[in-house]
Design a protein around this ligand. Structure first.
Ligand code: UDP
Length: 324
């Protein structure tokens, strides 16, 4: 049995990871300030005697020192996330995403703990390449545009993590998530699929930003969590960065149409300029598709769930929670 610390463990991805670690027989301490995470996300495992939930902040130095000391492995998922939240509050983004990560890395290095750092495809910025490999350049936009604060803050986290690996042999794995979706994800922070499903189930319209020709790849959280588990168990993953997600592209317009077809075909689409959705200084990423060769070579697997199956799972969940 490994003792795992999951920061952000009451969040969308964190709660799925916590469940999976418990199912594998590990003890898990969740540290979450419940800002974007919800206690309800852990309702299914709250009575498990191997789960300990601490409501507190990763910015609390005494608390994190205590929790890292008790743990064998740290999964650092707590962050200010979501394009909307980040664009609205760049100060919080930078403060939550950078200093606590450094403190956690230092504590983990001192104690010789394994470390998973959750990063994001946002670090690639608006790289114009068709598919992004982990060694590609980062194309962040101007500092006058708050969106890039998020990718930039996580890029600094990655630099720190790799530096701690080189300098102190910290056993760290960095995962860059690409549009992870699934049950429990909420739409308040801008995430497109829960928003579209909510809008479609409410009778529409489904609101597509810009022309809807922007491209993304959506991966089911269950498969993403499986990749995290396997990477943390793979000696070849240590000290490296991995794209984690699906490599099957879809345009946002197609996505909206798929959701409408699966919920209520009478629902109509509406197009909204970015400026009205996020404010005048917003800039979107037109295309975001990962190259998963490194992940597949290291693990022998990659996320494969088709979009239709992912959407059906989310729609089923949304219908269930709306009925309760
Ligand atoms: N989007 C949209 N309608 C919404 C929310 C998002 O058309 O209500 C678009 C958004 O402009 C982006 C894509 O959907 O091009 C994915 O947005 P999300 O915030 O989920 O993730 P991102 O890939 O931007 O981090």
């Amino acid at each position: 049995m490994t003792h795992c610390l999951v920061t952000g463990g009451a969040g969308f991805i964190g709660s799925h990871l916590t469940e999976r670690l418990l199912a594998a027989g590990h003890a898990v301490t969740v540290l979450d300030d419940l800002s974007t995470g919800r206690a309800l996300n852990l309702a299914g495992v709250q009575d498990n005697p191997r789960l300990h939930i601490r409501t507190g902040s990763i910015t609390d130095p005494v608390l994190i020192a205590e929790l890292v000391h008790q743990a064998d492995a740290i999964y650092h998922l707590a962050a200010a996330v979501g394009v909307k939240l980040v664009a609205d509050d760049p100060v919080r983004t930078i403060e939550t995403n950078i200093y606590p990560t450094e403190a956690l890395l230092r504590l983990a290095a001192q104690g010789g703990k394994r470390f998973f750092l959750a990063s994001t495809s946002e670090v690639y910025g608006k790289n114009p390449l068709e598919r992004w490999t982990e060694e590609d350049d980062l194309h962040l936009g101007a500092t006058s545009r708050p969106r890039w604060a998020y990718g930039c803050s996580k890029a600094i986290d990655e630099f720190l993590a790799l530096a701690y690996h080189r300098k102190y042999q910290l056993e760290v794995v960095v995962g860059r998530f690409f549009n992870v979706v699934g049950p429990r994800q909420v739409g308040h922070y801008g995430m497109v699929i829960p928003r579209f499903v909510d809008q479609a189930l409410a009778g529409g319209p489904v609101v597509v930003y810009d022309d809807g020709e922007q491209v993304r790849c959506f991966a089911h959280v269950r498969e993403v969590v499986e990749m995290i588990m396997r990477l943390m168990a793979a000696p070849a993953a240590v000290g490296r960065v991995f794209n984690i997600g699906s490599d099957q592209p879809v345009s946002i317009r197609q996505l909206a149409e798929e959701i409408i077809a699966r919920t209520d075909p009478r629902v109509v689409l509406k197009f909204l300029p970015y400026g009205e959705a996020y404010g005048a200084d917003f800039e979107d990423v037109r295309r975001r598709v990962p190259d998963l060769a490194r992940l597949e070579q290291t693990l022998g697997v990659k996320p494969r769930m088709p979009l239709g199956e992912i959407l059906d799972d989310i729609i089923r969940y949304k219908r269930q929670t709306a009925a309760n």
